[in-house]
Design a protein around this ligand. Structure first.
Ligand code: GLA
Length: 396
């Protein structure tokens, strides 16, 4: 679907168009904008059939593509100055090797996986631009895979549910990343000024008005810029532990668990993992109800409760993430009204924190984060989120 871009989105789209023309001396046939996302609440629930509540960001990846009349493929990106040419058959061969056990990586890997998954039979030129930081837990990889898959499905296009399934298959089968469907669903179904209420088991995604700004609240992403080196293996371990917990409980998944079911588990680690998933699902439902009532102070307090659960029960936090969340929580005694809450967002093990707070807390918060930053080896970066943005769109 093509639609008008908001002013803050038009600039980067224009630059992506110009970059393609500069590179290949002809305009692209299509240009897709795939935004990053932050998950407001509901982490490590999707692969257990649960609920989550992400929004899309203004930060985005743009994929511009023109079809060719031969089997050549030229791929490039402003990011890290990547540029290469190949053929369809070379890309398909490397994709097949990935399925056999050597995961692909980088832009070439994403392109090879997309070519193989879609059985692309015509060459193309593609150029990728992005202002989405990589490795910050803002879904830069799902944005890239969805942008490429959409461009390579043109002009006939693909159903939204197909794109989600294909993008997940790309990460799982070719890139060696065992992700759920949260990121892809968020990017496809996001809508400006709304959060996406995702039910992973039902496969539904409903827009929820999410206008914290007009109630005087602000949302910041605080990128700790810490490496997420453990993320893959530890993520897989959490997937395995929660599967074991649901098997021990004789349930299809932890979504089906009752409030106190975690107490029936004997293993102390599985008890904690299950308690996180069960309470986190509940926090998503409560947050949806509270957002509808404009109770952003209470939504913010659920952010902090969610972080504690991810830190203590799910054990996916890091000292840097905890330090930033504590800094946000530390401003509450200075506030005459409202509440400042924060949590890690996404898989954890590094990446970003999101903070929701009343505008009156901004100066306190800047000071608190600066003080905390002085104790950290890497300086965090604040990315204000003015409003939730639109999801994936064809802009040309
Ligand atoms: C990563 C995965 C998602 C989800 C989150 C945690 O972002 O890709 O599917 O599991 O972690 O909520």
């Amino acid at each position: 679907m093509k639609n008008a871009l908001r002013p803050e989105q038009a600039g980067p789209a224009h630059q992506a168009m110009e970059a393609f023309i500069h590179q290949y001396s002809h305009p692209p046939d299509v240009l897709f904008r795939a935004p990053g996302r932050v998950n407001c609440i509901g982490d490590h629930t999707d692969y257990q059939g649960g609920w989550s509540l992400p929004i899309a960001l203004t930060l985005a990846t743009h994929v511009a593509l023109a079809w060719r009349d031969d089997a050549q493929v030229r791929v490039g990106s402003d990011l890290h100055n990547v540029q290469f040419s190949s053929t369809l058959s070379e890309l398909t061969q490397s994709a097949q090797r990935a399925i056999a056990g050597t995961p692909l990586e980088g832009l070439g890997g994403f392109t090879a996986a997309a070519v193989d998954l879609l059985a692309v039979d015509r060459g193309f030129d593609v150029w990728v631009t992005s202002d989405l930081p990589v490795g910050s837990g803002l879904s830069s990889s799902a944005a890239l895979s969805l942008g490429l898959l959409s461009a390579l499905s043109s002009p006939s296009g693909r159903a939204q549910a197909d794109l989600i399934r294909l993008a997940q298959a790309m990460e799982n089968r070719y890139l060696g990343v065992n992700s759920g469907i949260l990121d892809q669903t968020a990017i496809i179904y996001a809508r400006a000024d709304h959060a996406v209420f995702i039910d992973a088991e039902a496969g539904t995604a409903s827009p929820i008005p999410f206008d914290f700004a007009s109630s005087g609240y602000q949302l910041w992403i605080i990128d700790t810029r810490t490496p997420r080196s453990l993320a893959h293996s530890a993520y897989d371990q959490r997937v395995a532990e929660t599967r074991q917990a649901s098997r021990d409980l004789q349930l299809p998944n932890l979504r089906a668990a009752a409030k106190d079911d975690w107490k029936r588990l004997a293993d102390p680690i599985l008890r904690k993992r299950a308690r996180h998933v069960i309470t986190e699902n509940e926090r998503v439902h409560q947050s949806v109800a509270l957002a509808a009532k404009g109770r952003w102070d209470q939504v913010a307090s659920f952010f902090t409760a969610s972080h504690r659960s991810l830190r203590d029960d799910f054990e996916v936090s890091t000292p840097a993430l905890d330090a930033v969340v504590n800094a946000v929580d530390g401003v509450n005694p200075y506030l005459s009204e409202g509440f400042a809450g924060a949590r890690l967002t996404g898989a954890g093990f590094g990446g970003s924190v999101i903070a929701l707070f009343p505008r009156s807390a901004e100066a306190h918060l800047r000071n608190a984060i600066a003080e905390t930053a002085a104790t950290l080896p890497v300086q965090p970066v604040i990315i204000p989120v003015a409003q939730p943005a639109d999801g994936l769109r064809q802009v040309h």
